[in-house]
Design a protein around this ligand. Structure first.
Ligand SMILES: NC(=O)c1ccc[n+]([C@@H]2O[C@H](COP(=O)([O-])OP(=O)(O)OC[C@H]3O[C@@H](n4cnc5c(N)ncnc54)[C@H](OP(=O)(O)O)[C@@H]3O)[C@@H](O)[C@H]2O)c1
Length: 301
């Protein structure tokens, strides 16, 4: 089983949380988890309630909070190729705006970034200090946000890079596979991209733990599951969890699925830095998938 979420009600100083992008896949799980903690007061703002590109609205929203967690983002990776300026306004400019607002009030700031800041040409896990070199517009836009946080909040800014997210809310690979299972006898899934499938519920717990941590040094952390797998193996695992025949999933290669944005081939991140914060990294991806319940038979379409 994945490790339980680290929440210690009533002890930590930070209690007033602001979550942006609260209706997103990660945002929804984060808000639900925070609301389960009686010691936390939570302001959860959806895009309709706070457009993070509106600097005046951001400054007003940040005021009165101890910890601000930004889960809002332009997440249309292919769309970013033809709308890079718009993607960068959200993933770069707005992150800078949020960081500046937090600098003004002293709030701790956590923002979520991506494995796509790396080129994916590596062969061993990228550590938190590895050189970045994004190969698509989305990755470049997220890197702009990272650099802003490091510059504006060197002591109180936290960047949590994640990857291959799935959850109960919103569209994601695991849910898509289970939907397609109801529509097709076999599925061809790429076996030449490797990464760390990560449940939004587990990442939400990790963000809360970091937001509460007494002595966590600022900077970059890698919030992905441990281990590694391919999309093909993840699809087979989701079928297993759903009680479906995994042999219905067949391996193929990325050249059969050419998309507007190039994807990194190797998206495996190292997790050493959590030790500096006194926190365990996220657990193994396969156990996490099982404990998430996202692919449970009741969820299969
Ligand atoms: N999903 C993944 O596999 C993955 C991988 C690596 C990193 N990440 C990062 O993880 C974080 C959470 O991703 P997610 O999968 O939960 O994404 P998501 O489901 O797309 O949620 C993002 C939310 O941000 C909102 N948003 C977009 N523009 C906004 C704006 N200008 N102001 C306020 N809100 C805005 C979206 O609203 P609308 O839906 O109304 O546009 C959406 O509710 C993001 O930082 C993402 O870049 C995700």
């Amino acid at each position: 089983m994945s490790r339980p979420v680290v929440i210690v009600p009533g002890r930590q100083a930070p209690r007033r949380w602001l979550v942006t992008g609260a209706a997103g896949m990660l945002g929804a799980d984060l808000v639900a988890l925070l609301r389960a903690d009686p010691a936390a007061t939570v302001t959860a703002l959806t895009r309709a309630e706070l457009d993070v590109t509106d600097a005046a609205a951001v400054a007003a929203a940040v005021d009165g909070h101890d910890v601000v967690v930004n889960t809002a983002a332009w997440t249309d990776v292919d769309g970013a190729e033809t709308h890079e300026a718009e993607a960068t306004a959200v993933n770069g400019g707005a992150v800078s705006t949020l960081a500046t607002a937090c600098a003004a009030t002293g709030a701790r700031f956590l923002t979520v970034s991506t494995d796509y800041v790396f080129d994916g040409k590596g062969e061993e896990p990228y550590d938190e200090y590895a050189a970045t070199d994004p190969i698509n517009a989305y990755g470049r836009s997220k890197l702009v946000g990272e650099q802003a946080v490091l510059a504006v909040l060197p002591e109180t800014g936290y960047i949590v890079r994640t990857a291959w997210l799935y959850g109960a809310h919103g569209a994601n690979f695991v849910r898509t596979m289970l939907r397609l299972a109801g529509e097709r006898e076999t599925l061809d899934v790429v076996d030449d991209q490797v990464g760390q499938p990560t449940w939004t519920g587990a990442l939400a717990g990790q963000l809360i733990a970091l937001g509460q941590a007494d002595r966590a040094p600022a900077g970059i952390y890698h919030g992905t599951a441990s281990g590694q797998t391919s999309w093909f193996s993840l699809a087979r695992a989701a079928f297993e969890e759903a009680g479906l025949d995994p042999e219905r999933v067949r391996p193929t290669t990325s050249d059969k699925f050419v998309r507007p944005a190039e994807r990194p081939k190797y998206s495996v991140l190292g997790h050493d830095r959590w030790a500096e914060a006194g926190l365990p990294p996220l657990g193994d991806w396969r156990e996490m998938l099982a404990s998430s319940g996202v692919a449970a038979p009741s969820r299969a379409v």
